[in-house]
Structure formats: structure tokens, C-alpha cells
Design a protein around this ligand. Sequence first.
Ligand SMILES: NC(=O)c1ccc[n+]([C@@H]2O[C@H](COP(=O)([O-])OP(=O)(O)OC[C@H]3O[C@@H](n4cnc5c(N)ncnc54)[C@H](O)[C@@H]3O)[C@@H](O)[C@H]2O)c1
Length: 381
Amino acid sequence: MSKTKAAIAGLGFIGPAHIEALRRLTDVEVVGISDFNAEIAQTKAAQLGIEKYYDNFEAMLKDDSIACVHICTPNYLHAQQAKAALLAGKHVVCEKPLATSLKDAEEIVELAEKSGLINAVHFNLRYYPLVRQMKTMREKGELGDLYSVIGSYLQDWLFYQTDYNWRLEPAQSGDSRAIADIGSHLLDMIEYITGRKIVAVMADFNTVHKNRLKPLKPIETYSGKMLQAEDYAEVPINTEDFASVLLRFDNGATGCATVSQVSAGRKNRATLEISGSKETYNWCSETPNEMWIGRRDGYNQSLMRDPSLVHAEARSLISFPGGHNEGFPDTSKQLFKEVYAAIRHGKPATPTYPTFAEGYHELIVCERIVESARAQKWVTI
Ligand SMILES: NC(=O)c1ccc[n+]([C@@H]2O[C@H](COP(=O)([O-])OP(=O)(O)OC[C@H]3O[C@@H](n4cnc5c(N)ncnc54)[C@H](O)[C@@H]3O)[C@@H](O)[C@H]2O)c1
């Protein structure tokens, strides 16, 4: 069987996670990687056993054997690299957020549609099997009419004033941080599961650390050493550490979403509580193999991720029996499985994977949230 050839741009945290997930698919081969940092590209190529490495994204696109390019670079590069890849005739899997401006996102959605190439955004949290189970239960009428949603996504990796990353710089990350970085996943899951569109938002932001201490040299160069005061520069921060957003949905249901990157002890915790006229569902990404089903009249239930217990739609995302836990790395594998099936066999009439159009929609929601926080009023979408 000939394998579909893939290449990855950006080799920090998530790029290697894409590579690992792709390698678990039998019909895909990762043949090239690129990073603007030549040393990173070379070191990662050796570590990951990949022959071709580039310090230039455009040079990688010249390899005709590559069918699909994964964009795992900082946010400000997504739209320009997606555009270049599409123009080179490559299918594209792009990290979220799809772009840092609506104009750029619109352009690549249009280009992707015209090209007929497969385009996907890595909203991988949708691919926890129990997230799809909640969506399927709602589609089958088990939830009833949507009443309310309570969602949160909490992390602590930017808790200290000395925590620093490119995401703190709007030129690289965009005008929003916590909302764009983790709120985008949360809001995508909420709309995906409920099947409802968010039509209005009222947001309140807080920047806990108004100034942060930026290391003056790449952090790796200090490994194993204590930083001294002179190793830092104090820089003002103008994106949110914490955000609360009230939500209104297209059926009149309401809800709220909270995101934080400064909640000590919360490593990477997305929680959802979705209530309908028949049941309530509760699920947390730190215990993703179980969900709670609440009922007014009768027993509440705890459902374990087990292929024999879930709907067929969720079963298709499960590779191991019940009790053999699956987690974050499995979500990307399952997403890529659907994307590469579309590359091999043709675009389905209704793609099951998140498309650029959906990435664009989520970007609009996030932009309106930023607008609402600035104006301190409700904004319609
Ligand atoms: N879906 C998820 O769960 C998830 C998780 C983490 C990150 N992400 C997204 O992935 C992207 C990357 O995040 P990360 O945490 O891996 O960041 P990172 O800083 O760890 O890695 C980014 C990499 O991109 C490289 N890079 C910078 N400019 C480049 C260029 N012009 N060409 C090629 N490479 C370049 C950097 O050298 C670095 O190796 C972000 O957009 C982020 O939102 C998604």
C-alpha cells in the first residue's frame, strides 16, 4: 500500500505530537519537517528519525511527494503558511486559531474551498470519544432541548510573573491570548456538542500580571541554572490571563465560559456541564474516559469510555477496550484518521473533521468576545 506523505512545520510542543499521532496511522508517512530555527530542525530530524529537514517553509513545499502539510507554528504564521501550502497544491491541517485576523481567515477559507483540497483545523479536543458521545446523544434526542452550558478551561503554566512565551506577544499570538489559545477549543466543543450557534457574548477580561519578566535569552540556554534579575526585562502585558464570558445561543439557551492561564494546580482542565430538557452531561478533560449523566427522576449514571457501551459514532474514535484509558495523544490520531481518509478517498459531503470554515467561525466568536470585553457590553455575532 502506498502511503500518503505528510510534512510538519513548527517543532515545538505540538509539532512532534502531530508526528507521533500520524505515525500511529498505517497509511501515512511523515517525510519532512521545517522550523525557522535551523538547529531545532536538524536536532528534531535526528531525534525523530526524519530524513528531510528544512529551515525554510517554502523550500519544503517544493517537495512534490508531500501531499499534506501540518502547520504547528506560532499563530501569526498560520494564515500565510496555509495559503502558501494550498497554492502549492497541498492538503492542509492547521493548528488553531486559524489566523490572527478575520480578513486573513476569510481569504484562506475561500482559497481552500476553490482549491478542492482537504482543509482541517486541529480542534482535537472534539476527538475525545465521550465528547463525540455527548454530541451523538444530543443528536439522538437524549439530551432534549438545550437549556444551559457551563464551561471552563483552566491552566497554570502562566501563573508566575516570570512565566514567558510568544503567546504573550500580540504580534505573534494575536489580540487575544487565553480566549484564542484555550477558549477557542472550549467554544468549539460547546457548539459541536450542542449543535447550537453562539449568537451573542458579554465578556470580562483580567490581566493578572500587568507586567511580566521576559528572559533576555532563549530559556533553553539557562537550563539547570537560576535566572538572575539582570537576565530579565520587564514588559507590559495587554492580553488576558483570565476571561469570563456570558453566552447566548440561537435557541434562546444561555451559558457561561471561563478560561484562565493563572489557576495554580489546574494543569490543563477543560470541563463541560451541558443541561437539556431531559438530562445533564458533565465531562472533564483530565478524566476524559468517563462522563456523568444526570436525571431529575431516576438514577444518575457514570458512563465509562468502552466501545461496547457508546454509540457507533463515538465507537469509531476508540482504539482500545474499556478500562484501557485513552487520552490527549489519541485525540489527534483520531482526527488525522478522518482527515487522511478524506485525502485518500475524497471529501465527504459533510466532513466529520473540523474544517477551515469552522476555524473561521470560531475566530469570529473569539473576535466578538474581545470586542465585548473592550466595550464592556453585549456583542452579537
Ligand atoms: N490543539 C492543541 O491542543 C494545541 C496544543 C498546543 C499548541 N497548539 C497550537 O500550535 C501552535 C504551536 O504551539 P506550540 O505550543 O507547539 O508552540 P512552540 O513555541 O512550542 O513551538 C512553535 C515552533 O514553531 C517554530 N517556528 C517559529 N517560526 C517558524 C517558521 N517561520 N517556520 C517554521 N517553524 C517556525 C519555533 O521554532 C518552534 O519550534 C500554536 O498555534 C498553538 O495555538 C495547539
